[in-house]
Design a protein around this ligand. Structure first.
Ligand code: AOF
Ligand code: ZN
Length: 368
């Protein structure tokens, strides 16, 4: 294998390591780092839960003196700012790294090119611009938080062939099969927060955790969009609020006594702006979550919330599970009405993957 191909192979290993951090490192990006000397990996690292230590620091500790003269492969520009620890760029140079192979600049204003520049200034050979689409995709949440002041948003939909999520009587357990439901739990682990609307919370009384995967510690923040604080006090979300964070987004005008009761149960109450229709403004909710550090957000419904997010053009990816059943037009639609007048204005998505999952069809779409 020639050097260029070897480089990409090591960089891909760094991407695989970075993946371990997804959903657990917010507000930071999940970064991976491999240090290679004489064709052998001598140190591997990835961003640790909570966002620190950084990937490069972990890999340098693992490599020890073997880092001298080695090449470092890093999935994002090494940082240049003094946080709780010295900058990774300085640490790499100090450890004697001879060459850096990396992807894109870190858009954090404290970094944005300064990491690469510092390494170059220290005499390190800096070779960047590799695997750019992959780097942007893996850091999509972090890039979105910095560049758009909102999280990257995935909407998960599990519907019948005719796009329904429940019968007219509200029966919804279960539309998709066990394999698809397990996949949905794995999807939660890779996100910082799970968002549901109040209607779904009242109808399904979900816990929104990942307990059946034995990954309790990796459980994401649960976010409930409940403008008027309609959640019943006995809801599982509230009863588990002390074990796993529950943030409730509500309107300023919601009943203060209910707000107090929910806070007393352990929930974090967050007041959000209203849109022109008097309901929670979807863009405002996302901005609020980004300001609190959320980078990767997974919305699991229901139909009203899904419709408002899609209508506002805020859905970056759709993960659709389609089950081989038909409920009919009196069933509850997975995406509620949003009064679209012209087909030309219909939000569009591009199919990027599809496969069978148990007896269901899994399809992934990205916003056009
Ligand atoms: C790296 N390697 O593994 C990560 C980086 O609050 P701090 O000090 O941890 O810094 C957070 C910033 O560091 C974050 O906004 C991003 O620019 C960068 N993240 N950098 O060199 C890493 N996670
Ligand atoms: Zn760093």
């Amino acid at each position: 294998m020639d050097t260029a191909a070897q480089d990409l192979r090591w960089l891909d290993l760094a991407f695989a390591l970075a993946r371990r951090g997804l959903g657990r490192v917010w507000p930071n990006p999940a970064v991976g780092c491999v240090i290679v000397r004489n064709g052998q990996p001598v140190g591997r690292g990835w961003t640790q839960p909570g966002g620190r230590p950084h990937a490069e620091a972990m890999a340098l500790v693992a490599a020890g003196p073997a880092a001298r003269g080695a090449t470092a492969y890093v999935t994002l520009e090494p940082c240049a700012h003094h946080g709780r620890t010295p900058p990774c760029a300085t640490a790499l140079a100090k450890a004697g790294i001879a060459r850096l192979v990396s992807t894109i600049e870190d858009p954090d204003p404290r970094v944005s090119g300064r990491g690469f520049a510092a390494l170059r200034a220290s005499g390190v050979q800096v070779d960047i611009g590799h695997r750019v689409p992959e780097a942007r995709a893996q850091s999509a949440g972090f890039l979105s938080r910095i560049e758009r002041a909102r999280p990257n948003l995935t909407l998960k939909l599990a519907t019948t062939l005719d796009g329904r999520i429940a019968t007219a009587q509200g029966e919804s357990r279960w539309i998709s099969g066990p394999q698809a439901r397990r996949m949905a739990h794995l999807l939660r682990v890779r996100h910082d927060a799970i968002l549901v609307g109040a209607g779904t919370a009242r109808a399904d009384d979900p816990r929104l955790d990942v307990r059946d995967l034995g990954l309790g510690a990796a459980s994401p923040v649960r976010v409930l969009a409940d403008g008027l604080l309609t959640l019943p006090p006995g809801a599982k979300l509230l009863r588990t609020a002390r074990q796993q964070p529950l943030w409730i987004l509500h309107l300023a005008g919601a009943d203060p006594a209910r707000a107090e009761a929910f806070a007393a149960a352990g929930a974090t109450l967050i007041s959000c702006a209203a849109g022109p229709d008097g309901k929670l403004d979807p863009a405002g909710m996302l901005a609020t979550l980004a300001a609190r550090g959320i980078t990767r957000l997974l919305c699991e419904g229901g139909g009203q919330l899904a419709a408002s997010l899609i209508e506002a053009g805020l859905v970056d990816q759709l993960v659709c599970v389609t089950a081989g059943r038909v409920i009919g037009g009196d069933g509850v639609p997975g995406i509620a009405a949003f009064g679209l007048a012209h087909l030309a204005d219909a939000p569009g998505f591009r199919l990027v993957a599809q496969r069978r999952i148990g007896d269901d069809l899994l399809a992934e779409w990205v916003a056009r």
